[in-house]
Design a protein around this ligand. Structure first.
Ligand SMILES: [Zn+2]
Length: 408
């Protein structure tokens, strides 16, 4: 995966500015003379390169790698009409380490030495600011410099990359989204709960306040107050922003936990919510936009490499992790509690549901839990027509006591 960070150069000397400006003029000349006249007859930039590179090489003093990058980065101009092909703001790209070297001065100042022409380098010192700190943090975390781009204002666009170390992800992070938080459980194939915690707790409080205000404004708006209507519009924008930020944050935390415990991320499938159409339920569920959360988490997976999947939500909130029997998801006297009528287990219902999601995924994958004194049947987690899924298994898991697990 790759990231891009913009770095500010310090005010350069007049001589350096001239040399960089010359390089830019030369690059534009190349584009005008060789690239633009040929771009429309080429299908891709490989073809363009084949057609023009040798001719360019014969007459341009720019380093070969810079020229190759120039051909590649100019190819997108093909999509624009001839009149709108503006090349004033092109960046010159220098690959590391051949055309550009990164180093530190004694005073910890970050510098790039770029090869503007063969055997001639220009040193560009970077302004020490927040971007540099962020940049160096990434380098310390194992990111490697790949390329820098020099903009027309002599800013540095640094491209860094990190090669993924393929992990095993033998554990599972079960996720249960509830009306007021997201509960997660990291479970090993041996049935040991490594971590249980809640995410997005403060989101509930913030949104509860807003919903209250919304109800008051709505009653004013219903009576015809235009001021209240305007405020309502602002409020829904605010809610959208809160959602977006909260989902981004929760999804990031999910990935961090999954990474740390080498666990694949498992959500329940949506129809739990579709199936339950009661008004109160839907109002609660929208407190955490489930679809947005799974989407954001899935997109993040592409970058982090943590696998993500789903299980059917059938009985995940009803299944008892103590004995495998089925009970109401919430205790009648306390909504937050799950109470088993069979074995007497009393646990937090959300934590237990996220544990059930993880257990169910292991059961589906038929990877479980060989050694244990206490085995819990999993049949109740599957619908009758899915019995073939579990027949090949021993129909039971061994679990460590969920009450022992650490919880924030
Ligand atoms: Zn039980």
């Amino acid at each position: 995966m790759q990231k891009v960070i913009k770095l500010q150069s310090v005010e350069l000397t007049h001589k350096k500015q001239l040399e960089l400006s010359d390089a830019r003029i030369e690059a534009k000349r190349i584009i005008n003379k060789f690239i633009l006249p040929n771009i429309d007859s080429c299908e891709d930039n490989g073809q363009l390169q084949q057609k023009v590179y040798n001719d360019i090489r014969k007459e341009s003093y720019l380093p070969s790698q810079v020229l190759l990058n120039l051909i590649r980065s100019s190819f997108h101009l093909k999509q624009k009409s001839a009149e709108t092909r503006n090349i004033d703001r092109i960046t010159l790209d220098y690959n590391i380490p051949r055309a550009c070297k990164m180093f530190m001065l004694d005073d910890k100042k970050l510098c790039f030495a770029i090869t503007v022409k063969p055997r001639h380098r220009i040193v560009i010192p970077i302004e020490s600011n927040g971007s540099v700190i962020r940049f160096q943090k990434q380098i310390d975390n194992g990111w490697k410099m790949k390329q820098i781009g020099l903009t027309n204002r002599n800013e540095i666009i640094a491209t860094i990359e990190k090669k993924k170390v393929r992990k095993n992800y033998k554990n599972i992070l079960g996720i249960d989204t509830n009306s007021n938080n997201v509960s997660v459980t990291a479970l090993t194939p041996q049935g040991k709960i490594m971590k249980q915690l809640y995410l997005g707790k403060n989101l509930y409080d913030r949104k509860a306040k807003i919903l209250k205000r919304k109800a008051i404004l709505q009653s004013h708006a219903d009576k015809g107050s235009s001021k209240a209507q305007e405020k309502l519009r602002k409020l829904s924008r605010k809610v959208r922003n809160i959602n977006k930020n909260a989902v981004g944050e929760i999804s990031k935390q999910i990935h961090e936990i999954a990474e740390k415990y080498e666990a694949r991320i498992v959500f329940e499938r949506l129809h739990k919510f579709e199936a339950n159409k009661s008004k109160a339920f839907n109002r609660k569920v929208t407190l955490i936009p489930f679809h947005m959360l799974t989407m954001t988490t899935a997109i993040r997976s592409v970058d982090t490499g943590v696998p993500m999947g789903y299980v059917d939500s059938y009985h995940t909130s009803k299944w008892c992790s103590g004995c495998g029997s089925v009970n109401p998801p919430h205790d009648s006297s306390n909504y937050a509690i799950y109470r088993c009528g069979n074995c007497g287990l009393v646990v937090n219902s959300d934590r237990k549901a996220s544990l059930a999601v993880a257990v169910k995924k292991f059961a589906e994958r038929k990877e479980y839990f060989q050694f244990s004194a206490k085995r819990v049947p999993v049949n109740a987690l599957f619908r009758g027509d899915e019995s073939n899924v579990i027949q090949a298994t021993e129909n039971a898991v061994s679990l460590s006591d969920p009450k022992e697990a650490s919880c924030l």
